[in-house]
Design a protein around this ligand. Structure first.
Ligand code: 4AD
Ligand code: MG
Length: 485
């Protein structure tokens, strides 16, 4: 049987044709003669209205009227139903069509006494505790559809520009960002190792000498491995063969940041382009963000109207304006000069060499320039080892894209393509050159200028939807002390 989605029924001609509706009941309103049921199947924001007219029922088959009454008794918010009826023009405002009910079948009841979404208006905090049911609310249905659309837009943007989608590994032996915020992957039996340590202690050996107790050559991969924090280094191997590539996958960071801007598991889009310098990289990043905003504004109008109305007033105007104006580009040194002039506003005083705090990023985008800002040429000491060193020997060709309300949404750079300089940086950062031999090889054989960046997918979604917390734009958020679903 072919099932028609509610989004398609809603735009059909209300010419009395028979339609079948499948979905979950949002509300039921019963009066003496009339009963209205709103049914939603998640295919679009709107629900469809089923109308049961008791006065008209005897004119239909009496049996069907009785059957409908029996089924209606079982219906409460959350119940799943299959309804059949005629599609007619709706006299109610805000909807063009409705279904005059002729047959109703309750597929699964949702007992009102226990169904957690019986009432409307739950807080997002509460809804996080029922992450398995929250997709059935207006807000999370809309977020899920936006997430899907934005993923589609990401692929379309790159495919239209001849980028190849590369799947980089999830399990890796290298730490891309060198920040040591990785989740270890191991099949070693930690309890057994601890027990050996205790026994060793009893025998008078030093149980604190980890190397004597933990033998990674016996681990699954014969070495210590982690979940990836970024697919960039592996993407570079393909960019220096296919010219333009991108990854789009899950990344994992064990940073203990309990903020609305951080997740322990998040999705990142990382394009990597051979023969692109930092300016080309910034042009691409700006085009990319504008493309994604335009997609949201033009292809997701109903969901965007909801976010604009209920989540962040003025969102559509703001995004429309951003999509059509130039981003500000300033060097880190210029940015710090501006921040120092305003240091009295900040809890953390800005100075040359400091990492920009969220309050600084927000000042630049929300107060000073009132638009997205690209800050480039950061001090090398606060950035990753792979970024191209400038001639001043102090700064690297990094760029962060900051947007109002969010702060950093993109981090990227031109990569160091000089073998000797890269090796020096690896040593300076106390990394082991042996671990990066394959990465150094890319500079040894046919090296080229190349660049790339990483867009945090959830930060993008937060920007586009106006939702206040990253935990509410990913289906099942993972954060410190929380991985319940
Ligand atoms: O700035 P980051 O750390 O850059 C990289 O990982 C580079 N390897 C990217 C590249 O050049 N290919 O992270 C990139 C973006 C950030 O700007 C932010 O949007 C997002 O990833 N991000 C996070 N999103 C959610 N939770 C976290 N804990 C995040 N950490 C970074
Ligand atoms: Mg960053």
């Amino acid at each position: 049987m072919k099932i028609t989605l509610i989004k398609d029924i809603l735009v059909s001609e209300p010419d009395g044709r028979t339609v079948h509706v499948y979905g979950w009941v949002r509300t039921k309103r019963d009066s003496k003669n009339l009963c209205f049921i709103q049914v939603n199947d998640g295919s679009c924001f709107a629900s469809i209205q089923l109308t049961f007219d008791r006065e008209a029922a005897p004119a239909q088959s009496a049996a069907s009227g009785t059957d409908i009454e029996n089924e209606l008794k079982k219906i409460s918010t959350g119940a799943s139903v299959h309804a059949e009826g005629k599609l007619i023009p709706s006299p109610a405002s805000g909807q063009a069509v409705e279904v005059a009910l002729e047959r109703l079948e309750v597929l699964g009841e949702a007992p009102a006494e226990t169904y957690p979404l019986q009432k409307k208006g739950h807080s997002f905090e509460f809804l996080r505790e029922i992450a398995h049911l929250r997709p059935r609310t207006n807000a999370f249905g809309a977020v899920a559809r936006m997430r899907n659309q934005m993923a589609f837009a990401v692929h379309t943007f790159f495919q239209e520009r001849s980028f190849n989608y590369v799947h980089t590994p999830i399990i890796t032996a290298s730490d891309t960002e060198g920040a040591g915020e990785m989740f270890q992957v191991t099949t070693l039996d930690l309890a057994a190792i601890a027990e050996r340590g205790i026994k060793a202690g009893a025998k008078g050996m030093n149980p604190n000498k980890a190397a004597d107790l933990v033998d990674y050559t016996k681990d699954f991969f014969g070495k210590s491995t982690n979940l990836t924090v970024s697919g960039q280094l592996e993407a570079e191997t393909f960019a220096t063969a296919l010219s333009r590539v991108y990854t789009f996958g899950p990344t994992f960071r064990a940073e203990n940041s309990n903020t609305p801007r951080h997740l322990a598991e998040f999705w990142m889009i990382e394009p990597e382009m051979a023969f692109f310098d930092l300016d080309d990289n910034m042009d691409l990043a700006e085009d990319f963000i504008k493309y994604l905003l335009n997609w949201a504004l033009t292809k997701c109008a109903d969901d965007m109207a909801f976010f604009n109305e209920r989540i962040q007033k003025g969102l559509i105007d703001t995004l429309t304006q951003v999509a059509s104006s130039d981003f500000k580009r300033i060097s880190y040194t210029q940015a710090v000069e501006e921040l120092e002039k305003n240091n009295e506003r900040f809890e953390f005083k800005a100075y040359w060499g400091c990492d920009l705090q969220t309050e600084h990023e927000r000042f630049l985008t929300e107060q000073l320039y009132k638009k997205p800002v690209m800050v480039y040429d950061y001090p090398k000491n606060i950035k990753a080892f792979y970024m191209k060193l400038n001639d001043d020997g102090k700064t690297v060709r990094a760029v962060d894209v900051l947007v109002p309300g969010i702060g950093e949404i993109i981090g990227g750079s031109q990569r160091e393509e000089n073998y000797d300089k890269l090796l020096t940086r690896i040593r300076e950062m106390n990394l082991n050159p042996e671990d990066y031999q394959w990465y150094l090889d890319l500079r040894k054989y046919g090296t080229v200028v190349h660049s790339g960046f990483g867009l945090g997918f959830e930060r993008l979604l937060r920007y586009v939807t106006g939702m206040a917390n990253l935990r509410d734009v990913i289906p099942f958020p993972r954060t410190p002390k929380s991985a319940d679903f």
